[in-house]
Design a protein. Sequence first.
Length: 249
Amino acid sequence: KNSFLDSVVPFQIHIIGHSDSSGALDSMLIWNEISQVNQHYAAAGMYFSSCKPINYIYSDTYSEFEQITDETICDIVDFPNVLNLYFVPFLYKEVDGQTTSICGYTYLTGLKNRILISNYCASNGSTLAHEIGHYFSLLHTHDTTKGKELVARSGCYSLGDGFCDTQADPNLSSLVNANCEYTGTLQDQNGEYYNPDPHNIMSFSRKECRDFFSVEQTQRIRTYFRTHRSYLYCINNGNLITNQTTLDY
């Protein structure tokens, strides 16, 4: 019922650069992206607020950051009970001896409060919001862990991403044009043509096309925050920033 934002999500920015301090992302790009994030999450009643001054890490060891393996530095410098945002010059994963660059990653569950973002994807308007969506339990719109969704939406709460107001999605990688239109001709198991939404933030659409969460996604984010991430807090300038969980909403 409140018309104002009543849940603060405290975060800590960590910028990693090379040992000679090169490669460190311009902080203004991050603040602009945080502003975008706050627009995307306003409907969930959530506001992202910086906890402490930016932490700079200059290290050739971690400037080329391998997924999971190089989180040894995060284990050391993570601020407790806040969402730690790491921005690195190059983020990659090793699979069968092959190096693949990635935009970002985080953890759906557990107490690792961190998101890793490649500088290349740090200011595209949607990657940070996308990873934060994962942190608050959202799956990709094309997720098939629970089974493939049907265009007809039958079983949509138990299949795919678990939402009925996100259209069935065959995975939009390379299937969205510059006008943010789906260009694929794929069919589901029943032979119906997919009609996915290239604008959903949790899709694999073009980064510049992704600009909204569905109503059910938004409700899920808010609920997960209040039930599983309610421990997030920090002290900023002597004032406690915390979640006002007693407010009516």
